[in-house]
Design a protein around this ligand. Structure first.
Ligand code: SF4
Length: 436
């Protein structure tokens, strides 16, 4: 897609792993070309190792989920692999919808067979004979290429009742989302596959105990599954030696906004934000702030660019790595407008199931609008206290992550004083925007 720049970069620290190695190199429509570039060697290695050893390699790697929650993948796999209830299901969460994310899309569009192979390994190692690949509805090219890859793999014996002649049974069914952000939440996604409204379930029980159709289910994000190939290629301990203690391996970041070369960049965990921005060609204009982790993340100020990009490093400055969003704003950016859109986004995307989120996202947007127009209820401090109250209630009482994190970016901007300056797009005057 010409709209997405996909520079293949390496970590400035010279790491040995790279998830992007086949992007732009292999023909994404050719199984033969995929095989010519090492495709299906990892599945062969996995079968030789045996399922329990594969799970152990995952545990040794300390690989954590790349969808945002950062749960240890090996622990998740082990829980399902050893569950006595049958059947088991595998679900790949490819409903990449966080504003500012496009890394999974690049992987699926340019290396679709990689995902099919990784899902086959995951399914086989955890005792699943069926996998569901839930792709964001607005990703038509990724969908077409994945459908083609699944069909090719099935025809050539890489999916089906006797995968690679090894007696492994595994097949994949692709499902398309219908445009709801909430279906990226894992239990809403399960409901959607089952044909129900995409509303999150209460947890526990967790999907590894009672997931799809009430059976033990492994749910992995796209980037996490590509990492499985890396883990088995280099071995768990070698994978764990890259990055930090709790953040191992490499991470894909979607760098956009006021940088010279927006795109998907892969760096070792522990690389600093400054180094990542340098890889993206440096900043355009004078930096005002960076949104790290997406709409549910937090803002990073220009004097914090040496923060190491690890789960812990981001947390220490009140942000999160989330799904890898790095969105740079220069001093001309309409930051107030962006926050307004984030608030409106959460209001629109709330599934409405629980009151703290359904009402809280509306109230948050209204308070932000009053602040922007300079017409707070009472004074500005009262309005900020109201936003703080709302944030606490939403965080503590919402059923799922959407409601719990909806106040994050707005709260971060307020705490850092980012809204104290006039909006440059309106010369400091009230905007024409009016909340619904
Ligand atoms: Fe739905 Fe929001 Fe409640 Fe999640 S927090 S269940 S999105 S209303």
């Amino acid at each position: 897609d010409p709209g997405v720049s996909v520079p293949q970069t390496r970590s400035p620290r010279g790491g040995s792993l790279t998830l992007l190695r086949r992007i732009g190199v292999v023909d994404p429509t050719s199984l033969d070309d995929y095989r010519a570039h090492g495709g299906y060697e990892t599945l062969r290695r996995a079968v030789d190792l045996g399922a329990s050893r594969v799970v152990q390699e995952l545990k040794d790697s300390s690989l954590t989920g790349r969808g945002g929650a950062a749960f240890p993948t090996g622990v998740k796999w082990d829980g399902v692999a050893t569950a006595p209830v049958r059947p088991h299901y595998l679900v790949c969460n490819a409903d990449e919808s966080e504003p500012g994310t496009f890394k999974d899309r690049v992987l699926m569009e340019y290396d679709p067979f990689g995902l099919v192979e990784a899902m086959t390994i995951a399914g086989w190692a955890t005792g699943c004979e069926r996998g569901y690949l839930y792709v964001r509805g607005e990703y038509p090219l990724a969908t077409r290429r994945l459908e083609h890859a699944i069909e090719q793999a099935r025809r050539r014996g890489y999916l089906g009742e006797d995968v690679m002649g090894e007696g492994v049974t595994f097949d994949i069914e692709l499902r398309r989302g219908a445009g709801a952000y909430i279906c990226g939440e894992e239990t809403a996604l399960l409901n959607s596959i089952e044909g129900f409204r995409g509303e999150p379930r209460n947890k526990p029980p967790f999907p590894s105990v009672s997931g799809l159709f009430g059976k033990p289910t492994v749910i992995n994000n796209v980037e996490t599954l590509y990492n499985v190939l890396q883990v088995l290629d280099v071995g768990g301990p070698a994978f764990a030696s890259v990055g930090g203690e709790r953040s191992t391996g490499t991470k894909l970041f979607c760098v956009s906004g006021a940088v010279a070369t927006p795109g998907v960049y892969e760096v070792d965990f522990g690389t600093t934000l400054r180094e990542l921005l340098t890889l993206a060609g440096g900043l355009r204009g004078e930096l005002r702030t960076i949104l790290l982790g997406g709409a549910a993340g937090g803002f990073v100020m220009p004097d914090q660019l040496d923060v190491p990009l690890t789960l812990e490093g981001a947390r220490e400055i009140g942000a999160t790595l989330g799904s890898g969003v790095v969105l740079a704003f220069d001093t001309d950016a309409d930051l107030v407008g962006t926050l307004r859109r984030i608030a409106a986004f959460f209001r629109d995307e709330s599934c409405g199931q629980c009151v703290p989120c359904r009402v809280g996202t509306v109230r948050q947007e209204e308070a932000l609008a009053r602040l922007e127009r300079g017409t707070p209820i009472g004074d500005r401090e009262t309005e900020l206290a109201l936003l703080d109250d709302l944030a606490r209630v939403m965080r503590d009482a919402s059923i799922c992550g959407l409601g719990q994190t909806a106040p994050a970016a707005v709260g971060s901007a307020l705490a850092l004083g980012l809204l104290d300056r006039p909006d440059p797009t309106t010369n400091g005057k009230a905007s024409a925007w009016v909340p619904r």
